[in-house]
Design a protein around this ligand. Structure first.
Ligand code: ADP
Ligand code: MG
Length: 583
């Protein structure tokens, strides 16, 4: 069977030969003129040949207007799709659409979505986003041109090449796509409006800090989603957001002009209200408010500081040398809680570690929902204190630390808590949701508040990661980085459980975070001397300069830009992780 490959040209690739034939030899890439006409005739000629012949397509093909590069070819029809790259140097996109980084990202996103629509029903597949507009590898703008990374299930009749279909896809559908993405062909008004929306969101978020706000929710915003499994807006029965007058703020935006909405001030904000009155929906919108949304999402003008991190309990996670001493004083095991390691954290210690790690990574905005917290880390009421004395309870509850976190370290918290009034004691503002309408009930809550003595919050010690512990993991697994659904990131030999990392807004960010771990070590950002926060700064700086493709120029799949907080979260859940030093 081996003779069928390579068309008799002989030279063998792959290391299997020496051991008596593990891998099949790969055919030589087609040589000579490699233009559109040649590709067409080669594909038609391959019809009926053994599937492995597809590998001879590898390399560049000159289509005149664009270059098609066949990067990876699947070895059988059931393997993951093959990968091609389409580089169009000039599609007539004016500089106004790509000149600044925000518009460049938005226009690329718009064109990617258009490409997906145009490719509907084709074997060519392009990765695009859901409700968020995040930089991704699949569609990049060059200066006036476009750079697409596309997957294709190369067609076969069983193990034989279906050359006619392949020819149709690569030599007709693809050039049509390129034509249809030309600026002359698209609805430029819609494209510009898309970018305007994103630019307004970015401008709005940029104003939060100077106004001492951690979040803003515009009047009329639609927060609820269609269902628990759909991120699209609820269409029927959605109650639009109406800001309470006392928290109303107006903001000027470059395109939309003046908009008004609820400003969530820095400090401690409590969201209360009866069950099913929309508390978690509001918090969820704030979690996603670190990202920009597509026009029509309903949350285009719902923004949160870009350092906001959702905190939750996560029983069973690993913790590697985290200083959780503000929350955990003396454990029954006698372990040093300023250098805490466990293979199996409890609900409370996992949540404490999540908070300390978020602060370590640089977050100054914590988002917390009672639905996913460990009660014993949140509150301890008087009766429990009377029964279990201070010296028997190692935990310092969050309620005693949330004020020092803000006053001494500038870390704000937005907290949903419908089940206990204890947080009235520490809240700066209290918003009550009543049938999805927010009311400012700060004064009433304050009248019910008690005096409370705060505990001390000393910033957790900074960790220096041993880069070899990360590198080894991929090296031994030969660099495998793969996402299994939205549950697991396969990183070399490690399976990282990412289910509790709630601010991955796009599955591609999970892959992106895996690639970012690799880059942290490979790009020497994490060099065994820098702290984790310094390493993340260095990576952010490089990503800002080079863009998302810094992460995976050699990677045969789609990926999306992750935030530093999710990169840190993935690293913190790597079971092989070793921290070399605490500062
Ligand atoms: P809570 O956390 O207060 O118990 P949720 O935020 O989980 O409540 O919301 C309960 C239900 O109400 C969900 O099905 C959600 O989709 C719906 N909902 C939330 N906000 C709105 C709104 N503004 N308009 C209509 N339905 C909403
Ligand atoms: Mg809830």
């Amino acid at each position: 069977m081996a003779e069928r490959y390579g068309g008799g040209q002989g030279r063998r690739y792959g290391g299997g030969g020496g051991r008596g034939g593990g891998r099949k030899p790969e055919p030589e890439p087609i040589s000579g003129v490699r233009d559109e006409a040649r590709l067409s005739s080669e594909l038609l000629r391959m019809d009926g040949a053994s599937y492995g012949r597809y590998k001879s397509l590898k390399g560049d093909w000159d289509f005149g207007d664009f270059t098609l590069t066949v990067q990876r070819v699947q070895s059988d029809p059931f393997a993951p799709p093959s990968r091609v790259r389409v580089l169009v140097p000039d599609t007539g996109i004016p500089k106004s659409a790509w000149g600044d980084p925000v518009r460049r990202r938005a226009t690329a996103d718009y064109l990617g979505r258009r490409a997906r629509r145009l490719l509907r029903g084709s074997l060519l597949k392009i990765d695009t986003g859901g409700q968020e507009v995040i930089e991704r590898s699949s569609c990049q703008l060059t200066d006036g041109g476009i750079d697409l990374r596309i997957g294709i299930d190369l067609p076969g009749h069983g193990r034989r090449i279906d050359g006619r279909t392949a020819e149709r896809e690569l030599c007709r559908t693809l050039p049509d796509l390129v034509d249809d993405l030309d600026w002359e062909e698209i609805d430029t008004e819609e494209a510009v409006a898309f970018a305007d929306t994103v630019a307004d969101t970015v401008a709005l978020r940029a104003q939060l800090a100077e106004r001492n706000l951690v979040a803003f929710v515009a009047e009329g915003a639609v927060l609820p989603r269609r269902s628990g499994v759909s991120d699209e807006p609820m269409t029927r029965g959605a109650v639009p957001f109406s800001p309470p007058e006392s928290l109303r703020v107006s903001v000027d935006l470059p395109h939309r002009g003046t908009v008004s909405g609820m400003g969530v001030p820095e400090g401690i904000t409590l969201i209360v209200g009866g069950g099913f009155h929309g508390k978690s929906t509001l918090l969820h919108a704030l979690e996603r408010g670190v990202y920009d949304h597509v026009p029509g999402d309903g949350r285009e003008l719902v923004v949160t500081r870009d350092d906001a991190v959702k905190i939750r309990a996560e029983e069973g996670r690993r913790v590697e040398r985290v200083d959780v001493s503000p929350f955990v004083r003396n454990l029954p095991t006698g372990a040093d809680t300023s250098d805490f390691r466990t293979e199996n954290a409890s609900g409370s210690t996992s949540q404490a570690a999540n908070i300390c790690e978020a602060v370590e990574a640089g977050s100054h905005t914590l988002l917390v929902d009672e639905d996913s917290t460990a009660t014993n880390l949140m509150i301890r009421d008087e009766r429990m204190q009377a029964l279990v004395h201070g010296d028997r309870e190692p935990l310092v509850p969050f309620i005693d630390l949330v004020r020092p976190l803000y006053r001494e370290h500038g870390v704000s918290t937005v907290l949903v808590m419908g089940g206990s009034g204890d947080y009235f004691d520490v809240a700066d503002q209290v918003v009550m949701l009543d049938a999805y309408h927010p009311h400012d009930v700060t004064d009433q809550a304050r009248a019910l508040a008690h005096e409370r003595v705060d505990a001390d919050f000393t910033l957790p010690r900074a960790r220096v990661v041993d880069p070899a512990s990360v590198d080894d993991t991929t090296a031994r697994g030969r660099g495998r980085i793969k996402r299994r659904d939205t549950d697991v990131l396969v990183f070399g030999e490690s399976d990282i459980d990412v289910r509790a990392i709630e601010q991955f807004a796009d599955p591609g960010q999970i892959t992106g975070a895996g690639l970012a771990l690799r880059e942290l070590v490979g790009g020497r950002h994490m060099d065994g001397a820098r702290t984790l926060a310094e390493a993340l700064d260095s990576l952010d700086e490089a990503l800002g300069r080079r863009g998302v493709t810094l992460l995976g120029s050699d990677f045969g799949g789609d990926y999306v830009l992750p935030r530093r907080y999710e990169v840190a979260a993935v690293l913190n859940r790597l079971r092989a992780l070793r921290v070399a030093d605490l500062r």
